[in-house]
Design a binder for this molecule. Structure first.
Ligand SMILES: [Zn+2]
Length: 307
């Protein structure tokens, strides 16, 4: 098995993480942020689990498509010789129950039926493949990755893989006969190239520079560090790494703002001297406009360490 498209933190989750350390969220945004964070953790668990897939196959993660003016997202796809497996990963935790085809948490709140979501994306994926001249057999699975999930009144449905079935499901996958050829790589490339883009800024809570808390955040626990750059969680980093991360956060949150020494000094709340900030900016970025209103040219994806 080869991972052709690895999974990263989505731009939206990344932005929400940056913001959440620096401002309070309205309840709806907070819930959304927590759900995205939880979903991502589940997907990471799935990625660890899927390392045991041994067949000749290609894995593509986090695919976003638009078919018939509808945008849909697929957590993971496994291309094998004769079948394209689609996986929707759910990190539900605790007790849930079913009444007819309605899903509830034990406290009685309804959730969207994840099977409908799975069927919908299978239909769209089939359509997308057909539009591009492929007629591949698709199998879709809803993977409940969290061992602390339980569903009362669970139906007998081979598309649902409960935590206790994951090992057997892996055995089944690994018995799939598969020998890939150039056509499969072509299919994978087509899927990657047919992706759509959605702005990560559309659904963020409202924020403005003046009201955000300034300072340098620890990349692990997201609390602010002091001038020593030693976090309470034990994380420690060099000034240049901490400043570059902070520049990246600023760049993501304010893509239209110019990056200047003073701005970054203020953004880091004076945790490092203005001289240090100027040196780090000058060492890493090109300067445009000599004289007073100059600024540094900072590409948005310059820091691969921020994921
Ligand atoms: Zn920390």
């Amino acid at each position: 098995m080869k991972i052709l498209k690895p999974r990263f933190v989505s731009p939206e989750l990344k932005l929400l993480r940056f913001l959440h350390s620096r401002m309070g969220f309205p309840i709806d945004d907070l819930r959304r942020f927590e759900n995205l964070e939880k979903g991502f953790k589940g997907e990471q668990q799935f990625d660890i689990w899927s390392e045991d897939i041994l067949i000749d196959g290609l894995i593509l993660n986090d695919l976003l498509f638009e078919v018939n003016n509808t945008v849909f997202q697929i957590d993971s796809v496994l291309i094998s010789q004769g079948t394209l497996f689609q996986f929707e990963v759910k990190n539900y935790e605790g007790d849930y129950y079913l009444e007819g085809d309605k899903w509830f948490t034990l406290s009685g709140s309804t959730i969207r039926n994840p099977l409908h979501q799975l069927e919908r994306s299978e239909t769209m994926l089939k359509q997308l493949l057909q539009n591009n001249g492929y007629n591949m057999h698709i199998e879709s699975y809803l993977i409940f990755i969290n061992p602390n999930f339980h569903l009362y009144n669970a139906p007998i449905n081979p598309s649902i893989i409960f935590p206790t079935q994951l090992t057997r499901f892996m055995d089944k996958l690994n018995r799939t006969p598969s020998k890939l050829n150039g056509g499969h790589s072509k299919l994978a490339e087509t899927l990657v190239s047919k992706q759509t883009f959605q702005s990560p800024y559309k659904r963020l809570p409202n924020y403005d520079y003046n009201r955000l808390e300034k300072g340098i955040c620890c990349p692990h626990c997201r609390t602010f560090v002091d001038v020593t750059l030693k976090c309470k969680c034990g994380f420690e980093e060099a000034p240049s790494a901490a400043i570059l991360r902070s520049i990246e956060e600023f760049r993501w949150l304010f893509p239209d703002e110019k990056i200047t020494t003073n701005r970054i000094y203020e953004w880091c709340k004076g945790n490092k001297s203005i001289r240090t900030i100027r040196r780090i900016l000058a060492n890493n970025f090109e300067y445009e406009g000599y004289g007073k209103p100059g600024h540094y040219i900072v590409p948005i994806e310059f820091n691969r360490a921020v994921r």
